[in-house]
Design a binder for this molecule. Sequence first.
Ligand SMILES: CC(=O)SCCNC(=O)CCNC(=O)[C@H](O)C(C)(C)COP(=O)(O)OP(=O)(O)OC[C@H]1O[C@@H](n2cnc3c(N)ncnc32)[C@H](O)[C@@H]1OP(=O)(O)O
Ligand SMILES: N[C@@H](CCO)C(=O)O
Length: 368
Amino acid sequence: MTSASIDPSLVTGAWREGDPPGRRTFTDIGDVLLESGRTLPDVRLAYETWGTFDGSNAVLILHALTGDSHVTGDAGPGHPTPGWWNTIVGPGAAIDTDRFFVVAANILGGCQGSTGPASLDPDGLPWGSTFPALTVRDQVRAEVALADRLGIERWHGVIGGSAGGMRALEWAVEHPERVDRLFLLATSAAASAEQIALSRTQVAVIQNDPAWFGGDYYDGPHGPLTGLDLARRIAHIAYRSESELEERFGRTQQDDGRWAVDSYLQHHGAKLVRRFDAGSYVVLTSAMDSHDIGRGRGGTQAALSRITARTVVAGVDSDRLYPLHQQRELADLIPGAGPLAVVKSAFGHDGFLIEFDQVGALARELLQ
Ligand SMILES: CC(=O)SCCNC(=O)CCNC(=O)[C@H](O)C(C)(C)COP(=O)(O)OP(=O)(O)OC[C@H]1O[C@@H](n2cnc3c(N)ncnc32)[C@H](O)[C@@H]1OP(=O)(O)O
Ligand SMILES: N[C@@H](CCO)C(=O)O
């Protein structure tokens, strides 16, 4: 249970009011009516844009679980890391910001400037335990409000991997008239039993950290850092492939006595704790569990048949968390989808964040 180099004074990695904005813009979209029937009041989304809007060139990029709006660009104030798709998005890149108006928002429930459990409620206190449960559909509802606010009636492209792919799929099913082209990466029609199993285990680990305080830890000395660290380690195992871990780390033990693979996981756990909020992790992970494109729509096939977008579905051949058969189902059932595109990678699910050339080529071809 050792946590390498976590400074408890860091509390959590959530972006907070008053932190440097980076190049984020914020928009208040008002109340969001949730699938549960509850209303989330005074919702704010943080987003970034690149390029110039010409009325028909807008591309929406939707980040995964712990991503944010900083898809491309340098690290800087408010952005501890460079963009997570730096080489895919930019001037002259596969998603060419000289040509396209690219929009990326921090997800509803997140902790990088959009309303989430660390945000203040109408009484001026952190939401914490009273923050409502969200579904992927709620998150897309907020993104629809953002698109309306920006004046974007129809996206030239909607692109997302993993949890971002779930939202991209929801966009295309619920608003087919607003999505011209669709790129679904390393995602599924519905969260599977194994995905839910892994996510519930991670949530349990966070909620069993004594510093969780039922979700109301924001005014305390620090949040459930150990829980978040361990949740990330569990997740990270599933993000990589068995063969990669074997080849990279094998049975190597470091001079400090730690297994190299354990040290690697500790590094990733500690890194997430420095940039992410545990409450958001719980809300977003639970929203992913809610993902079922066919729910209330007559099943998966009926739901997917609503999609009118020209679609590329891609998966990573070594992805054990979102295995290829899940993307094959999407490619088979989405009317405008070509054959499943297979990204070859040793890196498992994280391949969608690493195999820039292959992923970029697919995006470039789709958007052309
Ligand atoms: C789109 C989105 O929504 S996600 C946003 C970005 N994604 C994430 O942050 C997810 C977490 N990160 C990752 O999953 C991966 O690092 C990726 C996908 C971003 C990149 O993958 P890779 O380039 O293969 O990096 P890899 O997994 O090898 O990690 C490298 C890090 O591990 C460290 N490392 C490697 N071996 C060890 C070891 N034995 N002990 C300790 N640390 C180690 C390296 O020093 C390096 O550290 P740094 O990233 O702080 O510089
Ligand atoms: N590395 C990704 C994995 C989830 O798809 C993330 O942290 O968002």
